[in-house]
Design a protein around this ligand. Structure first.
Ligand code: BYC
Length: 469
């Protein structure tokens, strides 16, 4: 179904045929807009931003680009096309038709997953709220705002499901999504990483590389859900998500590029004296963002994850392309854990290890990005290698919680950890230095802050991506 833009809430779910649902969502809308005004991009309501807006869910040409004031962005409800013959691909319900409604016994499980997913979207907008003030260019400012409006749309995607399929409980959950706030001591966001700060652009690019990539893997797993409206919502969200990770990967690439250029030009490692971000500091930020993002996958051995799979609620990454029985009842999977102060490999039932398996898919994807960053460093003739730390490094969730593990995977005493922590994780001084580089936003088209290179050729860096009014 085409997207209907004549409605207050653009949608391709034939919202006008369900007056009650339409009214409920129209009632939620002003609350969303109030939240956006209070918690969304600070001081940016009157800017004209060159934004992409979804106009179709087709693979070719799904978006339109034009100047939009962010509060006027057409946040809507878009589900990927329906396959009327779709079957559940795994678990006890394998081979049965995908559910078009919520099976009663799965109601609370599905609601919880949808709420958890939905909670991350406004959280990230809150975390990024102040970054516009220090944007390194108009190009970057526009990318930030693009990501922000799309995270807002992803909230809409989950709120639609809550309203349409979960009755009163769903409506209450939709309200609560606007009441919890990132970092709020009384009403925090649900998952750890979404209560951390994103105070500077190095953090922002690391966040969009590492934490948005968790989004990719979680959405891909939910895109395998037997609950078809959730699967279709997530499939369309994934098309938008790709740009967010692109922003992260290329943002870090451009900082590396600039740093390496300065190192070569001035024959020095001390680029801080030259107003750039040194590679060891970038490595520390990487360590931080990677480990908090690893926590987002949950426990290594999780009965929740086993139940989701067995019930057909949440699958594996690219489930239908995996060549096995899609039941996993007889198989095992090796996880790493700590026993007697040592890291050991241990086989656990494959069903329980699904969080870990997804985390492994994610780690491999992150590693490919790090390889591309290292190519830039190598090409510049600089002797430095970025590395992903060990999966046990600085974890707060799962088997490594409470243990001290070095980036290269050695279990440490508290004293050894303390002696090295400042080498591995950003210190207050590192953060203060990075913050000191974040000057007032660079607002002339084609100009870039000193510490970051312009984007690669092929992108029109001179374009007036944002017009201030
Ligand atoms: N922080 O059995 P476990 C995105 C809790 S990002 C706090 O392993 P499960 C985006 C857990 O809830 C993608 N608590 O749990 C990115 C459980 O609580 P209970 C977001 C945590 O359920 C950037 C307990 O620990 N989407 O889209 O298998 C910008 C036991 O754990 C954390 C989703 O996450 C944590 N990190 O796994 C914008 C998908 N981890 O039951 C957007 C939906 C675990 O003891 N969520 N816990 O009360 C899920 O699939 C699952 O809830 C999780 C957790 C994978 C997160």
């Amino acid at each position: 179904m085409a997207i209907d833009y004549s409605q207050l809430i653009p949608n391709n779910v034939d919202l006008r045929s369900d007056r009650r649902l339409q009214r409920a969502l129209e009632n939620w809308r002003p609350r969303f807009l109030d939240w956006w005004k209070g918690m969304g991009p600070d001081g940016a309501s009157s800017f004209d931003v060159y934004l992409r807006t979804a106009v179709s869910v087709d693979a070719n040409g799904w978006a339109n680009f034009d100047y939009v004031k962010m509060p006027d962005y057409r946040w809507g409800i878009f589900l990927a096309g329906q396959d009327p013959n779709r079957q559940i691909a795994y678990g006890d319900n394998k081979g049965k038709p995908a559910w078009q409604d919520v099976p009663g016994e799965l109601r609370s499980t599905l609601r919880r997953l949808i709420v958890t997913q939905g909670d991350t979207e406004p959280a990230s907008v809150e975390q990024q709220r102040l970054l516009g003030k220090t944007a390194p260019s108009l190009y970057d400012l526009r990318n930030l705002f693009q990501i922000n409006v799309e995270e807002g749309r992803h909230l809409w995607a989950m709120v639609y499901l809550l309203h349409a399929y979960f009755g009163r409980d769903g409506r209450e959950e939709a309200e609560a999504l606007l009441e919890r706030h990132s970092g709020d001591p009384d009403k925090p966001r649900i998952l750890g990483a979404f209560n951390e700060q994103t105070p500077d652009w190095l953090s922002f690019f690391m966040f969009t590389f590492f934490t948005d990539r968790d989004g990719k893997y979680q959405l891909a797993s939910l895109a395998e859900s037997g609950f078809d409206p959730l699967a279709r919502s997530c499939r369309f969200m994934l098309t938008e998500e790709a740009h967010h990770m692109f922003v992260g990967e290329t943002g870090i690439s451009r900082i590396i590029q600039r740093t390496c250029e300065l190192m070569k030009e001035h024959k020095t490692d001390d680029v801080r004296a030259l107003g750039a971000i040194d590679l060891p500091t970038m490595q520390k930020y990487l360590n931080f963002h990677f480990s908090v993002s690893l926590d987002l996958f949950g426990q290594e051995a999780s009965t929740n994850a086993a139940n989701y799979y067995t019930m057909g609620v949440k699958g594996r990454f690219l489930e239908t392309r995996i060549d096995d029985d899609h039941l996993l009842t007889g198989s095992s999977y090796e996880i790493e854990t700590i026993e007697d102060g040592r890291i050991v490999k241990k086989a656990v039932p494959a069903l329980q290890a699904l969080n870990e398996r997804l985390r492994q898919d994610y780690i491999e994807d992150c590693a490919r990005g790090v390889l591309r960053w290292n190519k830039i460093i190598e090409k510049a003739g600089v002797n430095f290698e970025m590395k992903l730390p060990h999966r046990g490094f600085d974890r707060r969730i799962g088997a490594f919680t409470g243990s001290r593990v070095s980036p290269d995977g050695k279990v440490l005493s508290e004293a050894e950890w303390k002696a090295n922590e400042a080498k591995w994780l950003p210190t207050d001084e590192d953060r203060a230095y990075v913050t000191s580089l974040m000057g007032p936003a660079v607002v002339q088209p084609g100009k870039f802050a000193h510490w970051i290179s312009p984007p690669a050729r092929g992108i029109n860096a001179d374009f007036e991506y944002v017009r201030f009014n």
